[in-house]
Ligand binder design. Structure first.
Ligand code: SF4
Length: 473
């Protein structure tokens, strides 16, 4: 996916005016947020499990090279191959070469954010290979020619009516001409249309939620079971994953799985947890002949040992975005790249560059909800603040913005000046406001704010003056 994060301001303005999107985003509050709260409250040891998961992941990151080497050894022992790829381009070329090796004209794909990161679908299409998404959400956005807007609910921005329109338009070529409106019927039709695609594919590509160093297995968790068909039926199974997904043992994975599903969808466990270990063995009735794991770095190892290393603890549950007031107001597309919401605001500047993504760390109220619900306790606001400081130091914000920030910083370091300016400002605004009926409809330095609401005029003295005078009731 080509990054368009520099358009964040324009895209978020459009998103706020999009009635369909706003109606779809409301479901996040009643769906994921409420479900997570119930699941967390229902498990006494939830907080202890989070701590355990964080300690485990920090240990892995401190020994990442060891666990990756062990994983590779075990995959090889099981008859598979690991391909280490430093860049997105290397990962694309490796997968293309594998598809050609197995004579693939079409490939089925399970959901994978890393495949989005390397823009795999357009690359395969440009090379004459048809990729077919099998996760329902991914399938919907593939028909709509859009990118995912959420890391666990790629089509969360679509209403049922929009999905109905899409199926009506695209399924006519399969003889499905009836317009369906019920969710259950839409799911059934997608399942029937996809069935033949599974049989036609020569290669199945999936992501991986975890890579197990002890056994060389890869794990995917899904609620649809589509990943199983994607990896079992074709001649070869290609797994694409980031290097930070490795976990030492199966026992360790069970700890993380218990916090993953609860944080993501509020389930105790996802419906399917599928392990793949190597290709089909002699005597096996099913399974792929080839098993390949494409491991992508794409700048992640540069985070090790830095003040942003904690980002590598992310298990892609999506809880941070479900609870973010900015994400829930503008949706994922406004962020302009694969990872939206607070994790995107903290990770994207590293992967696509701060010049491209410098608006994203500003897209936060710093309310702290993201960190509060993140199962891996990633200090997302702190990392966004680092990016803001770095953008300022590198002179990326426009001169006017930098001057305003410098002025603000000076005032914050000189409280007497801040108090004096506040007293003068409040006095002048109070007097002007009284002549305007107590409200400002347009304020020169706050035009973006007053464009959609009035600013109440201050009525008395500053907060500090009133506090000092003992008005604390
Ligand atoms: S940052 Fe935390 S809450 Fe957000 S997706 Fe990653 S693990 Fe989940």
């Amino acid at each position: 996916m080509q990054p368009k994060s520099h358009l964040f301001k324009e895209e978020s303005t459009k998103a706020i005016g999009d009635a369909n999107l706003q109606s779809a985003l409301k479901n996040l509050q009643t769906g994921f947020v409420a479900a997570r709260a119930r699941a967390a409250d229902g498990l006494d040891e939830f907080e202890a499990l989070r701590d355990e998961a964080v300690t485990l992941k920090d240990h892995i990151l401190a020994n990442l090279d060891f666990y990756l080497e062990r994983f590779e050894e075990k995959v090889t022992e099981a008859g598979g191959t690991v391909h280490f790829c430093a860049t997105a381009e290397e990962a694309r070329q490796t997968i293309l070469e594998l598809c050609r090796r197995y004579g693939a004209k079409s490939v089925t794909k399970g959901k994978s954010m890393v495949a989005e990161e390397v823009a795999l679908n357009p690359f395969l299409e440009a090379n004459g290979i048809e990729p077919v998404e099998t996760d329902l959400g991914e399938y919907i956005i593939q028909l709509a020619k859009e990118a995912p807007s959420h890391i666990i609910g790629p089509a969360v921005h679509k209403t049922k009516e929009q999905v109905s329109d899409l199926f009506h338009e695209h399924h006519a070529k399969y003889g499905r001409t009836e317009r369906l409106t019920e969710a259950e019927d839409l799911v059934t039709e997608a399942r029937e249309v996809l069935r033949q695609k599974y049989f036609d594919a020569d290669v199945g590509i999936t992501g991986a939620n975890f890579l197990i160093a002890e056994t060389g297995s890869t794990i995917i968790v899904t609620n649809e079971g589509n990943g199983d068909l994607t990896q079992m039926l074709p001649k070869a199974h290609v797994v694409i994953s980031a290097i930070d997904k490795v976990v030492p043992t199966l026992e360790d994975v069970s700890t993380i799985l218990r916090v993953l599903a609860r944080s993501a969808t509020g389930q105790e466990m996802s419906a399917y947890t599928t392990l793949s270990t190597g290709p089909k063995r002699e005597g096996d009735l099913d399974g792929p002949e080839g098993f390949h794991v494409v491991l992508l770095d794409n700048g992640r190892s540069d985070l090790l040992g830095t003040d942003k290393q904690d980002l590598l603890r992310c298990i892609r549950c999506g809880a941070c975005m479900n609870h973010c007031p900015v994400y829930t107001a503008v949706g994922g597309h406004a962020y302009g790249w694969v990872y939206p919401g607070p994790i995107g605001a903290a990770l994207d500047p590293h992967i696509v560059g701060l010049e491209e993504a410098r608006h994203l760390p500003n897209a936060s109220t710093f309310c702290g909800r993201c960190e509060q619900v993140c199962p891996m306790r990633i200090p997302l606001p702190k990392i966004m603040r680092h990016w803001r400081e770095e953008a300022f130091e590198r002179g990326l914000p426009p001169a006017r913005e930098r001057l305003a920030l410098k002025g603000w910083a000076w005032m914050a370091r000189h409280p007497w000046a801040y108090r004096l300016a506040a007293r003068i400002g409040i006095g002048v605004m109070g007097r002007l406001g009284r002549r305007r009926g107590g409200r400002f409809r347009d304020l020169p330095l706050a035009r973006a704010w007053t464009k959609s609401r009035d600013m109440p005029a201050p009525e008395g003295r500053t907060f500090i003056d009133r506090w000092k005078a003992g008005e604390r009731g």
